[in-house]
Design a protein around this ligand. Structure first.
Ligand SMILES: Cc1ncc(COP(=O)(O)O)c(C=O)c1O
Length: 442
Protein backbone atom coordinates (compact mmCIF):
# COMPACT_ATOMS: atom_id res chain seq x y z
CA UNK A 1 0.00 0.00 0.00
CA UNK A 2 1.53 3.31 -1.06
CA UNK A 3 2.23 5.71 1.74
CA UNK A 4 1.63 8.56 -0.70
CA UNK A 5 -1.98 7.60 -0.68
CA UNK A 6 -2.18 7.23 3.04
CA UNK A 7 -0.85 10.75 3.44
CA UNK A 8 -3.08 12.07 0.73
CA UNK A 9 -6.05 10.54 2.45
CA UNK A 10 -4.98 11.81 5.83
CA UNK A 11 -4.30 15.27 4.51
CA UNK A 12 -7.71 15.33 2.92
CA UNK A 13 -9.02 15.69 6.44
CA UNK A 14 -6.79 18.62 7.27
CA UNK A 15 -9.08 21.37 6.07
CA UNK A 16 -12.43 19.70 6.23
CA UNK A 17 -14.42 18.72 9.28
CA UNK A 18 -15.25 15.13 8.60
CA UNK A 19 -18.59 13.48 9.25
CA UNK A 20 -20.74 15.97 7.39
CA UNK A 21 -23.14 13.36 6.00
CA UNK A 22 -26.06 12.94 8.38
CA UNK A 23 -27.00 9.64 9.97
CA UNK A 24 -30.41 9.88 8.27
CA UNK A 25 -28.98 10.22 4.76
CA UNK A 26 -26.65 7.26 5.43
CA UNK A 27 -29.47 5.14 6.72
CA UNK A 28 -31.68 5.72 3.70
CA UNK A 29 -28.81 4.85 1.34
CA UNK A 30 -27.98 1.70 3.27
CA UNK A 31 -31.47 0.22 3.15
CA UNK A 32 -31.29 -3.14 1.40
CA UNK A 33 -27.45 -3.31 1.54
CA UNK A 34 -25.66 -6.42 2.75
CA UNK A 35 -23.96 -5.63 6.07
CA UNK A 36 -20.23 -4.98 5.67
CA UNK A 37 -17.93 -7.34 7.57
CA UNK A 38 -14.64 -6.64 5.82
CA UNK A 39 -12.37 -3.60 5.65
CA UNK A 40 -11.64 -4.57 2.05
CA UNK A 41 -14.79 -2.70 0.97
CA UNK A 42 -14.08 0.34 3.16
CA UNK A 43 -14.33 3.51 1.04
CA UNK A 44 -11.00 4.81 2.39
CA UNK A 45 -9.24 1.75 1.01
CA UNK A 46 -10.88 2.29 -2.38
CA UNK A 47 -9.55 5.84 -2.48
CA UNK A 48 -6.09 4.65 -1.44
CA UNK A 49 -5.96 2.10 -4.22
CA UNK A 50 -7.19 4.57 -6.81
CA UNK A 51 -4.47 7.05 -5.81
CA UNK A 52 -1.78 4.36 -5.81
CA UNK A 53 -2.55 3.30 -9.33
CA UNK A 54 -2.75 6.95 -10.49
CA UNK A 55 0.70 7.60 -8.97
CA UNK A 56 2.07 4.51 -10.69
CA UNK A 57 0.57 5.56 -14.02
CA UNK A 58 2.24 8.98 -13.72
CA UNK A 59 5.52 7.31 -12.77
CA UNK A 60 5.60 9.33 -9.55
CA UNK A 61 7.79 7.91 -6.81
CA UNK A 62 6.70 7.75 -3.23
CA UNK A 63 8.23 10.51 -1.07
CA UNK A 64 6.54 9.52 2.19
CA UNK A 65 7.38 7.37 5.25
CA UNK A 66 11.11 7.51 4.66
CA UNK A 67 13.10 5.79 7.36
CA UNK A 68 15.70 8.09 8.96
CA UNK A 69 18.59 6.29 10.59
CA UNK A 70 19.55 8.90 13.19
CA UNK A 71 18.15 11.83 15.17
CA UNK A 72 15.89 14.05 13.10
CA UNK A 73 17.59 17.35 12.41
CA UNK A 74 18.97 19.66 9.72
CA UNK A 75 20.98 16.79 8.26
CA UNK A 76 19.77 13.22 8.16
CA UNK A 77 20.70 9.76 6.96
CA UNK A 78 18.30 7.66 4.89
CA UNK A 79 19.30 4.25 3.56
CA UNK A 80 22.92 5.01 4.33
CA UNK A 81 23.00 8.32 2.41
CA UNK A 82 23.40 11.80 3.89
CA UNK A 83 20.72 14.39 3.15
CA UNK A 84 20.18 18.03 3.89
CA UNK A 85 16.88 17.90 5.73
CA UNK A 86 14.03 20.41 5.49
CA UNK A 87 11.28 18.12 6.72
CA UNK A 88 11.81 18.29 10.46
CA UNK A 89 10.44 20.77 12.98
CA UNK A 90 13.73 20.97 14.80
CA UNK A 91 13.47 24.75 14.68
CA UNK A 92 16.08 25.55 17.31
CA UNK A 93 18.22 22.44 16.90
CA UNK A 94 17.24 21.01 20.28
CA UNK A 95 16.32 17.49 19.20
CA UNK A 96 19.31 15.36 20.18
CA UNK A 97 20.97 18.30 22.00
CA UNK A 98 23.29 16.77 24.64
CA UNK A 99 21.65 18.60 27.57
CA UNK A 100 18.16 17.61 26.38
CA UNK A 101 19.26 13.99 26.03
CA UNK A 102 20.90 14.10 29.47
CA UNK A 103 17.71 15.46 31.07
CA UNK A 104 15.69 12.72 29.39
CA UNK A 105 18.16 10.07 30.55
CA UNK A 106 18.06 11.33 34.11
CA UNK A 107 14.27 11.21 34.12
CA UNK A 108 14.38 7.77 32.54
CA UNK A 109 16.67 6.46 35.29
CA UNK A 110 14.50 7.98 38.01
CA UNK A 111 10.96 7.41 36.74
CA UNK A 112 11.13 4.83 33.97
CA UNK A 113 9.54 5.43 30.60
CA UNK A 114 5.86 5.66 31.50
CA UNK A 115 3.73 7.92 33.68
CA UNK A 116 1.75 4.76 34.40
CA UNK A 117 -1.81 6.07 34.40
CA UNK A 118 -3.92 9.21 34.42
CA UNK A 119 -2.34 11.89 36.59
CA UNK A 120 -5.72 12.73 38.12
CA UNK A 121 -6.11 9.34 39.71
CA UNK A 122 -2.61 7.84 39.82
CA UNK A 123 -0.67 10.97 40.73
CA UNK A 124 2.09 12.80 38.96
CA UNK A 125 5.83 13.43 38.76
CA UNK A 126 7.51 16.73 39.69
CA UNK A 127 8.88 17.11 36.17
CA UNK A 128 5.39 17.27 34.62
CA UNK A 129 4.46 20.09 37.00
CA UNK A 130 7.77 21.84 36.42
CA UNK A 131 7.17 21.84 32.66
CA UNK A 132 3.65 23.25 33.13
CA UNK A 133 4.93 25.97 35.45
CA UNK A 134 7.71 26.89 32.99
CA UNK A 135 5.22 27.14 30.12
CA UNK A 136 2.75 29.21 32.15
CA UNK A 137 5.58 31.58 33.14
CA UNK A 138 6.74 31.81 29.54
CA UNK A 139 3.30 33.00 28.45
CA UNK A 140 2.87 35.16 31.55
CA UNK A 141 -0.39 33.40 32.46
CA UNK A 142 -1.66 31.69 35.60
CA UNK A 143 -1.46 28.03 34.67
CA UNK A 144 -0.84 25.36 32.07
CA UNK A 145 -1.67 21.70 31.50
CA UNK A 146 0.17 19.25 29.26
CA UNK A 147 -1.41 16.45 27.24
CA UNK A 148 0.21 13.42 25.59
CA UNK A 149 -0.32 14.68 22.04
CA UNK A 150 -0.61 18.07 20.40
CA UNK A 151 -3.40 16.86 18.16
CA UNK A 152 -5.30 15.40 21.12
CA UNK A 153 -4.81 18.67 23.03
CA UNK A 154 -6.85 20.64 20.50
CA UNK A 155 -9.52 17.97 20.22
CA UNK A 156 -9.92 17.51 23.92
CA UNK A 157 -9.67 21.17 24.97
CA UNK A 158 -12.07 22.57 22.36
CA UNK A 159 -14.66 19.81 22.80
CA UNK A 160 -14.57 20.18 26.58
CA UNK A 161 -14.82 23.96 26.67
CA UNK A 162 -17.46 24.47 23.98
CA UNK A 163 -20.77 22.83 23.09
CA UNK A 164 -23.89 22.94 20.93
CA UNK A 165 -24.97 26.37 22.19
CA UNK A 166 -21.67 27.93 21.11
CA UNK A 167 -20.17 29.39 17.92
CA UNK A 168 -16.61 28.73 16.78
CA UNK A 169 -15.10 30.80 13.98
CA UNK A 170 -11.69 29.82 12.62
CA UNK A 171 -9.21 30.75 9.92
CA UNK A 172 -9.77 28.63 6.81
CA UNK A 173 -6.20 27.25 7.07
CA UNK A 174 -6.57 26.06 10.65
CA UNK A 175 -5.09 22.69 11.57
CA UNK A 176 -7.14 19.49 11.39
CA UNK A 177 -6.94 18.97 15.17
CA UNK A 178 -8.93 22.17 15.71
CA UNK A 179 -11.57 21.08 13.19
CA UNK A 180 -11.90 17.71 14.84
CA UNK A 181 -12.25 19.38 18.25
CA UNK A 182 -15.00 21.64 16.92
CA UNK A 183 -16.82 18.71 15.35
CA UNK A 184 -16.77 16.80 18.63
CA UNK A 185 -17.94 19.87 20.58
CA UNK A 186 -21.16 20.11 18.56
CA UNK A 187 -20.68 23.90 18.31
CA UNK A 188 -21.67 25.76 15.14
CA UNK A 189 -18.58 26.13 12.94
CA UNK A 190 -17.82 28.93 10.52
CA UNK A 191 -14.55 29.76 8.79
CA UNK A 192 -13.18 33.01 7.41
CA UNK A 193 -10.80 33.31 4.45
CA UNK A 194 -7.17 33.04 5.48
CA UNK A 195 -6.17 36.07 7.58
CA UNK A 196 -9.27 37.99 6.45
CA UNK A 197 -10.18 39.62 9.74
CA UNK A 198 -12.81 41.81 8.14
CA UNK A 199 -14.71 38.69 7.20
CA UNK A 200 -14.26 37.37 10.75
CA UNK A 201 -15.69 40.61 12.09
CA UNK A 202 -18.68 40.42 9.72
CA UNK A 203 -19.37 36.80 10.62
CA UNK A 204 -19.42 37.64 14.31
CA UNK A 205 -21.61 40.70 13.72
CA UNK A 206 -24.06 38.50 11.87
CA UNK A 207 -24.04 35.45 14.15
CA UNK A 208 -22.70 36.20 17.63
CA UNK A 209 -26.06 37.15 19.19
CA UNK A 210 -27.51 33.68 18.60
CA UNK A 211 -24.96 31.82 20.73
CA UNK A 212 -23.94 31.57 24.34
CA UNK A 213 -20.15 31.54 23.91
CA UNK A 214 -18.08 32.39 20.86
CA UNK A 215 -14.53 31.29 20.12
CA UNK A 216 -12.12 32.56 17.48
CA UNK A 217 -9.29 30.15 16.58
CA UNK A 218 -6.13 31.08 14.68
CA UNK A 219 -2.58 29.78 14.39
CA UNK A 220 0.39 31.80 15.67
CA UNK A 221 2.40 30.87 12.56
CA UNK A 222 0.53 29.08 9.79
CA UNK A 223 2.07 25.71 9.13
CA UNK A 224 1.28 25.64 5.40
CA UNK A 225 1.97 29.23 4.39
CA UNK A 226 4.37 30.53 7.02
CA UNK A 227 2.43 33.74 7.63
CA UNK A 228 0.91 35.23 10.79
CA UNK A 229 -2.40 36.63 12.00
CA UNK A 230 -2.76 40.23 13.16
CA UNK A 231 -3.00 39.69 16.91
CA UNK A 232 -3.72 43.32 17.90
CA UNK A 233 -6.64 43.39 15.42
CA UNK A 234 -7.88 40.03 16.71
CA UNK A 235 -7.85 41.40 20.24
CA UNK A 236 -10.11 44.26 19.22
CA UNK A 237 -12.50 41.94 17.39
CA UNK A 238 -12.71 39.51 20.26
CA UNK A 239 -13.44 42.29 22.75
CA UNK A 240 -16.03 43.90 20.49
CA UNK A 241 -17.91 40.63 20.06
CA UNK A 242 -17.32 39.22 23.53
CA UNK A 243 -15.56 36.18 22.15
CA UNK A 244 -12.71 34.02 23.41
CA UNK A 245 -9.50 33.92 21.38
CA UNK A 246 -7.46 30.74 21.00
CA UNK A 247 -4.03 30.76 19.36
CA UNK A 248 -2.41 27.51 18.25
CA UNK A 249 1.30 28.19 18.70
CA UNK A 250 2.52 24.83 17.36
CA UNK A 251 4.87 26.53 14.89
CA UNK A 252 5.19 29.89 16.66
CA UNK A 253 6.92 28.82 19.86
CA UNK A 254 10.67 29.20 19.48
CA UNK A 255 10.20 30.95 16.15
CA UNK A 256 8.37 34.25 16.71
CA UNK A 257 9.50 37.07 18.99
CA UNK A 258 13.10 37.91 19.82
CA UNK A 259 13.26 35.23 22.50
CA UNK A 260 10.90 32.71 20.84
CA UNK A 261 7.92 33.36 23.10
CA UNK A 262 5.63 33.32 20.10
CA UNK A 263 2.98 35.52 18.55
CA UNK A 264 2.39 37.75 21.60
CA UNK A 265 6.09 38.57 21.86
CA UNK A 266 6.20 39.25 18.11
CA UNK A 267 3.62 42.01 18.64
CA UNK A 268 5.02 43.17 21.99
CA UNK A 269 1.92 41.94 23.81
CA UNK A 270 1.46 39.95 27.01
CA UNK A 271 -0.19 36.63 27.85
CA UNK A 272 -3.57 38.33 28.20
CA UNK A 273 -3.62 38.91 24.42
CA UNK A 274 -5.43 35.57 24.03
CA UNK A 275 -7.61 33.47 26.31
CA UNK A 276 -6.25 30.09 25.27
CA UNK A 277 -2.64 29.53 24.26
CA UNK A 278 -2.17 26.11 22.73
CA UNK A 279 1.09 24.58 21.59
CA UNK A 280 2.90 21.34 20.96
CA UNK A 281 5.98 19.84 22.57
CA UNK A 282 6.88 18.09 19.32
CA UNK A 283 8.47 20.96 17.45
CA UNK A 284 10.77 23.51 19.12
CA UNK A 285 10.57 21.58 22.39
CA UNK A 286 11.98 18.35 20.95
CA UNK A 287 9.43 16.04 22.59
CA UNK A 288 5.92 14.83 22.04
CA UNK A 289 2.72 16.20 23.55
CA UNK A 290 0.72 19.40 23.70
CA UNK A 291 -0.21 22.14 26.15
CA UNK A 292 -2.87 24.68 26.97
CA UNK A 293 -1.86 27.78 28.92
CA UNK A 294 -4.19 30.45 30.30
CA UNK A 295 -6.20 31.32 33.39
CA UNK A 296 -6.36 29.07 36.44
CA UNK A 297 -10.09 28.56 35.79
CA UNK A 298 -9.40 27.34 32.24
CA UNK A 299 -6.74 24.90 33.37
CA UNK A 300 -8.85 23.64 36.30
CA UNK A 301 -11.68 22.82 33.90
CA UNK A 302 -9.36 20.91 31.58
CA UNK A 303 -7.61 19.03 34.39
CA UNK A 304 -10.92 17.79 35.75
CA UNK A 305 -13.06 17.49 32.65
CA UNK A 306 -11.00 17.09 29.45
CA UNK A 307 -11.25 13.40 28.48
CA UNK A 308 -7.83 13.52 26.77
CA UNK A 309 -6.33 14.42 30.15
CA UNK A 310 -8.61 12.72 32.66
CA UNK A 311 -8.91 9.39 30.85
CA UNK A 312 -5.45 9.31 29.33
CA UNK A 313 -2.05 8.50 30.76
CA UNK A 314 0.07 11.45 31.91
CA UNK A 315 2.89 12.75 29.71
CA UNK A 316 5.90 10.45 29.96
CA UNK A 317 8.35 11.94 32.50
CA UNK A 318 11.14 11.35 29.98
CA UNK A 319 9.42 13.57 27.41
CA UNK A 320 8.45 16.14 30.05
CA UNK A 321 12.10 16.38 31.12
CA UNK A 322 13.31 16.67 27.52
CA UNK A 323 10.83 19.46 26.69
CA UNK A 324 11.52 21.30 29.94
CA UNK A 325 15.25 21.29 29.20
CA UNK A 326 14.61 22.39 25.61
CA UNK A 327 12.49 25.28 26.90
CA UNK A 328 15.23 26.31 29.33
CA UNK A 329 17.84 26.26 26.55
CA UNK A 330 15.56 28.31 24.31
CA UNK A 331 15.28 30.93 27.05
CA UNK A 332 18.97 30.82 27.92
CA UNK A 333 20.16 31.00 24.31
CA UNK A 334 17.96 33.47 22.43
CA UNK A 335 20.70 33.62 19.79
CA UNK A 336 19.23 30.38 18.43
CA UNK A 337 15.97 32.21 17.68
CA UNK A 338 17.84 35.02 15.94
CA UNK A 339 19.94 32.57 13.94
CA UNK A 340 16.79 30.78 12.81
CA UNK A 341 15.37 34.10 11.68
CA UNK A 342 18.53 34.92 9.73
CA UNK A 343 18.59 31.54 8.00
CA UNK A 344 14.90 31.64 7.16
CA UNK A 345 15.05 35.16 5.77
CA UNK A 346 18.12 34.22 3.69
CA UNK A 347 16.15 31.30 2.26
CA UNK A 348 13.18 33.55 1.54
CA UNK A 349 15.24 36.20 -0.23
CA UNK A 350 17.23 33.67 -2.29
CA UNK A 351 14.03 31.93 -3.32
CA UNK A 352 12.49 35.26 -4.33
CA UNK A 353 15.62 36.23 -6.26
CA UNK A 354 15.35 32.95 -8.14
CA UNK A 355 11.79 33.88 -9.10
CA UNK A 356 10.20 31.14 -6.99
CA UNK A 357 6.71 31.58 -5.60
CA UNK A 358 6.90 31.73 -1.80
CA UNK A 359 3.27 32.80 -1.38
CA UNK A 360 2.66 34.90 1.71
CA UNK A 361 5.51 33.43 3.78
CA UNK A 362 7.08 35.89 6.19
CA UNK A 363 10.36 33.97 6.27
CA UNK A 364 9.85 32.64 9.80
CA UNK A 365 10.90 28.97 9.67
CA UNK A 366 8.10 27.79 7.34
CA UNK A 367 8.63 28.55 3.65
CA UNK A 368 6.43 27.09 0.92
CA UNK A 369 7.55 26.97 -2.69
CA UNK A 370 4.33 26.92 -4.65
CA UNK A 371 4.75 24.99 -7.87
CA UNK A 372 1.23 24.77 -9.29
CA UNK A 373 0.40 21.07 -9.35
CA UNK A 374 0.57 18.04 -7.09
CA UNK A 375 2.37 16.07 -9.77
CA UNK A 376 5.06 18.74 -10.09
CA UNK A 377 5.43 19.01 -6.31
CA UNK A 378 6.00 15.26 -5.97
CA UNK A 379 8.31 15.14 -8.94
CA UNK A 380 10.39 18.07 -7.57
CA UNK A 381 10.53 16.47 -4.14
CA UNK A 382 11.87 13.28 -5.75
CA UNK A 383 14.43 15.21 -7.83
CA UNK A 384 15.66 17.11 -4.80
CA UNK A 385 15.88 13.86 -2.87
CA UNK A 386 18.06 12.40 -5.61
CA UNK A 387 20.22 15.53 -5.28
CA UNK A 388 20.61 14.99 -1.51
CA UNK A 389 17.87 17.29 -0.20
CA UNK A 390 14.92 15.96 1.75
CA UNK A 391 11.81 18.15 1.54
CA UNK A 392 8.17 17.09 1.58
CA UNK A 393 5.60 17.91 -1.10
CA UNK A 394 2.22 19.19 0.03
CA UNK A 395 -0.36 18.14 -2.50
CA UNK A 396 -4.06 18.40 -3.23
CA UNK A 397 -6.35 18.00 -1.30
CA UNK A 398 -4.23 19.30 1.60
CA UNK A 399 -4.01 22.50 -0.46
CA UNK A 400 -5.76 23.57 -3.65
CA UNK A 401 -4.27 21.84 -6.71
CA UNK A 402 -2.79 25.09 -8.05
CA UNK A 403 -1.28 25.79 -4.63
CA UNK A 404 0.58 22.43 -4.43
CA UNK A 405 4.02 23.05 -3.02
CA UNK A 406 7.23 21.96 -1.45
CA UNK A 407 7.30 23.00 2.18
CA UNK A 408 10.66 23.86 3.72
CA UNK A 409 11.09 23.87 7.50
CA UNK A 410 14.21 25.84 8.34
CA UNK A 411 16.29 25.13 11.44
CA UNK A 412 18.73 27.36 13.31
CA UNK A 413 21.21 24.53 12.67
CA UNK A 414 21.16 24.95 8.89
CA UNK A 415 24.34 26.70 7.87
CA UNK A 416 24.36 29.54 5.40
CA UNK A 417 25.96 27.10 2.93
CA UNK A 418 23.09 24.61 3.49
CA UNK A 419 20.53 27.29 2.67
CA UNK A 420 22.41 28.48 -0.42
CA UNK A 421 22.86 24.92 -1.67
CA UNK A 422 19.16 24.10 -1.18
CA UNK A 423 18.04 27.24 -3.02
CA UNK A 424 20.48 26.63 -5.87
CA UNK A 425 19.37 23.03 -6.39
CA UNK A 426 15.73 23.97 -5.97
CA UNK A 427 15.83 26.73 -8.56
CA UNK A 428 17.65 24.42 -11.03
CA UNK A 429 15.00 21.75 -10.54
CA UNK A 430 12.12 24.20 -10.89
CA UNK A 431 13.67 25.53 -14.14
CA UNK A 432 13.76 21.96 -15.44
CA UNK A 433 17.52 21.39 -15.11
CA UNK A 434 18.13 18.02 -13.49
CA UNK A 435 20.07 18.78 -10.31
CA UNK A 436 22.80 16.38 -9.21
CA UNK A 437 24.29 15.78 -5.80
CA UNK A 438 26.75 18.62 -5.14
CA UNK A 439 29.51 16.19 -4.19
CA UNK A 440 28.82 14.10 -7.28
CA UNK A 441 28.73 17.20 -9.51
CA UNK A 442 32.11 18.40 -8.28
C1 LIG B 1 -0.90 23.96 13.91
C2 LIG B 1 -0.78 22.59 14.52
N1 LIG B 1 -1.49 22.29 15.61
C3 LIG B 1 -1.42 21.08 16.17
C4 LIG B 1 -0.60 20.10 15.68
C5 LIG B 1 -0.54 18.75 16.32
O1 LIG B 1 0.65 18.62 17.03
P1 LIG B 1 1.40 17.22 17.23
O2 LIG B 1 1.95 16.83 15.89
O3 LIG B 1 2.47 17.58 18.20
O4 LIG B 1 0.41 16.25 17.73
C6 LIG B 1 0.18 20.37 14.54
C7 LIG B 1 1.08 19.34 13.99
O5 LIG B 1 1.88 19.51 13.14
C8 LIG B 1 0.09 21.64 13.93
O6 LIG B 1 0.80 21.96 12.85
Amino acid sequence: MSSLNVISRMLQRKNTASGTETATSWRSRLRGHTPSVSFEDHPALGTLRMLTSAAQRFGIGDPFFKVHEGAGGHHTQIEGREYLNFSHYNYLGLNGHPAVNAAAQEALARYGTSAGASRLVAGERPVQRALEKALADLYGVEACVVFVSGHATNISAISTLFGPRDLIVHDSLIHNSVLEGIRLSGATRRSFAHNDLQQLDSLLTELRHGYERALIVVEGLYSMDGDLPDLPALQKIKSRHKAFLMVDEAHALGVLGDTGRGLAEHYGLGGDAADIWMGTLSKTLAGCGGYIAGSQALIDILKFAAPGFVYSVGLSPVLAAASLKALQIMQREPERVLLLRERASLFLSLAREAGLDVGTSQGCAVIPIIVGSSRKAISLSNQLFDAGINVQPIIHPAVEEKAARLRFFISAMHSEADIRQACRVLSQAVRGKAPGREAEDA
